[in-house]
Design a binder for this molecule. Structure first.
Ligand SMILES: O=C(O)C1=C[C@@H](OP(=O)(O)O)[C@@H](O)[C@H](O)C1
Ligand SMILES: C=C(OP(=O)(O)O)C(=O)O
Length: 428
């Protein structure tokens, strides 16, 4: 990390494949009988957990070059898995898998690491239970998740929280339920599942905030091209926007409007950003050009934009600290239920650089950093990839040498992060 300090960042780069899309591609390709190829998938701890579990169900997954080839016997030929289905640190794997296992009517126990053990799963178990799934949770809320064989009937479900993981779990279960299921969202969450189900040949109807699908449909094998992950690009975008002399182009990034809230924030902040459209079919793709900006203003975020940038909020706190006036985030209480309580972690760690915050139950106000005041060198990463990369962006842009207790969690979503920064760094 030390070698990255006091540099500027310029050049063209591609970030790794989108994590949400890769999980879904692995699951849908597994459900479809035959061979599907996933091009440019994310190869990281979280997506490997999904791939391994699909293997335990009887699917063959080969990794070669920049693709994964999935050969499936079809979901009706899946085997009851031996042993626990271990989801590691991945909330997406855990929650989507609950829907899939419920739909398949297989018996299984799902368990993850200590972070997953503290994340609420009742938000998925409740709608699946209404469909007829037999799921037991610790204290009615937490993993290990014990699922017994059951058959499902369709439901009409009003989503109490904006969560693509809950929505997707219901849609996976709905594929195998008797009758037509409808999910109503209050606020739109990422829609990769809806887009990809259609690509795999499922008849799914989206009408405003309501999604409907008939049960008893099967998926047809299909190839998937995974775009770059905007949540990973976010770290490079913020670093470039706040580091003197920087000028970077990030190619082929997902521009799905349900994910691209950060672009709106950069515009609100008066950052120097341009988007070049690459494709607008299915999952939209674009190139992102960001230059250092001397005159960042502030942002004020709440309501429907929050799910469109939920995972970028830690690094947006850094951007906010470089603005001219205070920035606000409200309506983001979901951050308290991620890999760690991200609102607490962001504030507890960034105050060590002298950043001032006002904390709310559902967000924060971040003040412009007047003076860098580093109190100690010891920082905590909470084994949370987004917190660790946020800290690295802050440290690198301010030229501060810090020690983070454990940085291995970077491998969860962006294993090449430090290597990519090395590629972009130039002497000042
Ligand atoms: O569906 C997905 O792939 C994801 C949905 C979001 O979680 P929620 O569904 O809990 O909002 C997001 O934070 C997570 O990183 C990935
Ligand atoms: C919250 C995240 O992922 P997950 O819920 O899959 O653990 C994330 O990637 O920031």
């Amino acid at each position: 990390m030390k070698s990255l300090l006091n540099h500027t960042f310029t050049g063209t780069i591609q970030v790794p494949g989108d994590k949400s899309i890769t999980h879904r591609a692995l699951m849908m390709a597994s459900l479809a009988e035959g061979t599907s190829v996933i091009h440019s998938p994310l190869e990281s701890e979280d997506t490997f957990r999904t791939a391994e579990i699909m293997g335990q169900l009887g699917v063959e997954i080969k990794r070669e070059d920049d693709r994964m080839t999935v050969v499936s016997p079809g979901s009706s030929n899946f085997t009851t898995p031996e042993g626990v289905l271990y989801t590691g640190n991945s909330g997406t794997t855990t929650r989507l898998l609950m829907g899939l296992i419920a739909g398949l009517g297989i018996e299984a126990t799902i368990e993850g690491d200590s972070s997953i053990a503290g994340r609420p799963m009742d938000r998925v178990a409740t709608p699946l239970g209404e469909m007829g799934a037999d799921i037991s949770l610790v204290d009615g809320k937490y993993p290990p998740i014990v699922m017994k064989r059951s058959s499902l009937s369709a439901i009409e479900y009003e989503m109490p929280v904006a969560s693509a993981q809950v929505k997707s779990a219901i849609l996976f279960a709905a594929l195998y339920a008797d009758g037509g299921t409808t999910v109503h969202e209050k606020v739109r969450s990422r829609n990769h599942t809806e887009i990809m189900l259609e690509q795999f040949g499922v008849d799914i109807e989206v009408d405003g905030l309501s999604i409907s699908m008939k049960g008893g449909q099967s998926l047809s094998a299909n190839d998937v091209q995974v775009p770059g992950d905007i949540s990973s690009a976010a770290f490079l975008m913020v670093l470039a926007a706040i580091t003197e002399g920087s000028d970077i182009m990030i190619e082929n990034v997902s521009m799905n409007e349900t994910r691209a809230g950060i672009i709106d924030v950069f515009k609100q902040m008066n950052a120097d950003i341009e988007i070049e459209e690459v494709s607008n079919e299915g999952e939209a793709i674009g190139n992102i050009h960001v230059r250092h900006s001397k005159d960042l203003t502030s942002f004020d975020l709440s309501g429907e934009i929050i799910p469109r940038l939920i995972d970028e909020i830690p690094v947006l706190a850094v951007l906010g600290a470089f603005g001219r006036s205070p920035s606000f985030i409200k309506g983001a209480e979901e951050l308290r239920y991620k890999e760690t309580d991200r609102l607490r972690a962001v504030i507890d760690e960034l105050v060590k650089f002298g950043v001032e915050f006002e904390e709310y139950e559902d967000g924060f106000m971040v003040y412009p950093l007047k003076e860098l005041k580093v109190s100690g060198r010891e920082f905590k990463g909470y084994h949370d990839h987004r917190i660790i990369m946020m800290l690295l962006v802050m440290a690198i842009s301010t030229g501060t040498e810090i020690n983070i207790d454990d940085t291995s969690a970077i491998n969860i979503s962006y294993p090449e992060f430090l290597k990519d920064l090395q590629k972009l760094k130039k002497a000042r």
